[in-house]
Design a protein around this ligand. Structure first.
Ligand SMILES: [Ca+2]
Ligand SMILES: [Ca+2]
Ligand SMILES: [Ca+2]
Length: 622
């Protein structure tokens, strides 16, 4: 009996195990869903259907349908591994905001794709675009202000990732820190904040034997999720709060977007949605040789062009393939999703020239179609105006493409200004550079940077003086274009190459009582030129007219309707009187707006201006 019972028990056990095996085998084949991009969309959007990218397992042969008849699913595509599924979702215009999960079914089971419709933000207070009336201020979020210490050390981050003494570690700055200092920006007078990327980046630490290790992705340019906010910076709710509060104070927000590449820790790198998702793989890819001129020249060979467009920016920045329509569609929707979700006013597009010009055009068109005033500036980091002008929209290049890009950074003029105000080039170099405005369909649309987080700070350049920094700032704020300052330059911060140029903003300097004399001097000076710009439409959008230049002096006018503002730079170590042709009636007087008070009168069509040593001045017609 004992033996029989034992046998029965054995039989029962093996049967049970069999059933269990079958169950496990079946459940192993069950489809699962772990992520959906985008997680939400809008009814009556210019993109309809929206195309979802769903990550999961066992998606082979899956069918997708909506439980609500007002969402229609079509064009389902599953990758070979069954780990990604693409699907179009057409949204009925009458469908209200809410959650609308989709059903995924395969022969072995079913699961849900979470999806929802958002209520659109009010276009009257959002998506405002950037114009010549704005002054942009660049903030590297991690290095600006820590408003929430509770997010400084996420659980999955090793201690050396969070080290304020390591210039390549996270320092704790976050979105709350930016919100807390909105009054500071108001006091300074800037009207738009450009924040370095807020996509979620890897929390870990890169270790290597090289001097730049350990390092982290505190700067945000190595996204691991295009649809998530960096957990150290805050969350989507905090981001929306920032945009809302900034807008309420008359300050716009610009997102730094990076469509060219993602971080090497992105889940796509081990398991790409399609074989054509990236240019190559982590193991096998071209490195960008940065022969950027091949992008401008109509005579380049295809191999060089493909290297510059498809080559990885570095071995840990997998290059997205925008020639694959699924990638282009994904990235265009992603750009629109952030705008729609947060209400931002502009986009700074990183390393834009390394993406096909046809894609830049399609992205610009899609943004403008949904948000007519939305503005995008492209980073084309070239000191050659012919090159940057090729990428701005408003004209058709030799390739038949108008990128429709609203703005590019004027690296050529930035470079000239640094050389001039550190006494390396004669002052006449400025009008010499500005003559290439002939290449731009509308030169007033360029963005004139004072510096950025990739460049040496002015005060750390060889030959830099406070007077030179002040003239450089005045030039950026008075020349044509949209000015862009970099946080810390207004208090004469120092910093050489990356990451030294990304030092923490000194907390004390947020308040006047905490600033030393040099910091206060530069702050007051910067604020005065910003204020002058706000007070005089001619300085914001007037025609620029060269009046005088020599080795040490440059004088130009900004003229709009009946208003004329004269801006004069004298970098020489002595006072100077110069006569400039102003094209105004004799007897008209000029009054000092910034600088020592003098009055200049027009005689025989010319005005005699008294210029103090090493200073920028502004005069207005009385
Ligand atoms: Ca923090
Ligand atoms: Ca993170
Ligand atoms: Ca590329």
């Amino acid at each position: 009996m004992a033996t029989k019972r034992h046998k029965e028990h054995k039989m029962f056990s093996s049967c049970f195990l069999c059933i269990l095996c079958l169950f496990v085998a079946a459940s192993a084949q069950m489809p699962t869903v772990t992520k959906v991009d985008p997680p939400s969309w809008w009814a009556r959007h210019s993109i309809n259907p929206v195309r979802l990218l769903v990550r999961g397992t066992n998606l082979n042969g899956a069918k997708v349908r909506s439980l609500n008849p007002e969402l229609r699913v079509s064009e389902v595509l599953v990758n070979e591994k069954g780990s990604y599924l693409f699907a179009n979702v057409e949204i009925s215009p009458s469908l209200p905001a809410g959650t609308y999960p989709l059903l995924v079914e395969s022969a072995s089971g079913s699961t849900m794709i979470p999806f929802s419709l958002e209520a659109p933000l009010d276009p009257r207070n959002n998506f405002q675009g950037i114009t010549n009336d704005d002054v942009i201020y660049l903030i590297m979020t991690d290095r600006f202000a820590d408003g929430d210490p509770s997010n400084d050390a996420p659980k999955d981050s090793p201690p050396e990732a969070n080290d304020r003494n390591n210039p390549r570690s996270f320092h704790g700055g976050d979105l709350r820190g930016v919100i807390n200092h909105l009054p500071y920006f108001k006091e300074l007078g800037v009207t738009a904040l450009w924040l370095t990327p807020w996509y979620d980046n890897w929390n870990g630490v890169n270790r290597c034997g090289k001097p730049w290790c350990p390092n982290t992705y505190y700067h945000g340019y190595h996204a691991i999720d295009y649809y998530a906010v960096e957990d150290r910076f805050g969350d989507l709710a905090t981001l929306r709060e920032l945009v809302q509060k900034a807008h309420a104070m008359g300050i716009k927000i610009i997102q730094d977007q990076v469509a060219n590449h993602v971080g090497s820790q992105h889940p796509w790198v081990k398991d790409p949605p399609l074989n054509t998702w990236f240019h190559g793989t982590l193991a096998q890819h071209q490195l960008n040789k940065f022969r950027n001129s091949v992008l401008l020249s109509p005579h380049s060979n295809n191999q060089d062009v493909r290297n510059t467009l498809d080559g990885w920016f570095s071995d840990d920045l997998p290059d997205m393939n925008q020639d694959e329509p699924e990638v282009a569609r994904y990235e265009i929707q992603n750009a629109l999703w952030w705008v729609g979700m947060t209400g931002i006013d502009g986009i700074r597009q990183d390393t834009i020239q390394y993406m096909p010009r046809g894609f830049i055009r399609d992205l610009s068109n899609a943004l403008h179609r949904q948000y007519p005033k939305l503005w995008m500036v492209g980073e084309v980091f070239e000191r050659d105006a012919a090159h940057t002008a090729f990428f701005i929209g408003g004209h058709t290049g030799w390739d038949g493409i108008d990128t429709k890009l609203d703005s590019v950074f004027d690296f050529a003029l930035w470079n000239a200004s640094l050389l001039v105000f550190t006494n390396k080039s004669p002052m006449r170099w400025l009008p010499q550079q500005l003559k290439y405005d002939a290449l731009y369909p509308d030169p007033s649309k360029v963005t004139v940077l004072a510096n950025n987080h990739d460049t040496t700070r002015f005060m750390s350049l060889e030959g830099a003086t406070t007077a030179g920094a002040a003239m450089h700032t005045a030039f950026v704020l008075s020349v044509r274009g949209i000015p862009q300052l970099y946080a810390g330059e207004e208090i004469a911060m120092e910093g050489k190459e990356d990451p030294d140029n990304r030092r923490d903003f000194p907390i004390a300097a947020f308040k006047a009582e905490g600033r030393d004399a040099k910091q206060q001097l530069m702050f007051d000076w910067t604020r005065a030129w910003i204020r002058l710009r706000h007070e005089h439409p001619a300085l914001r959008s007037g025609k620029l007219i060269d009046l005088f230049s020599d080795d040490e002096t440059y004088v130009f006018a900004r003229q709009l309707d009946t208003e004329t503002i004269i801006v004069a730079f004298n970098r020489e170590n002595r006072a100077k009187q110069i006569s400039v042709p102003v094209g105004l009636k004799d007897g008209v007087t000029f009054k000092t707006l910034i600088g020592p008070v003098t009055i200049a009168r027009v005689v025989h069509g010319e005005a005699k201006l008294n210029l103090p040593p090493q200073m920028a001045m502004a005069f207005g017609v009385q």
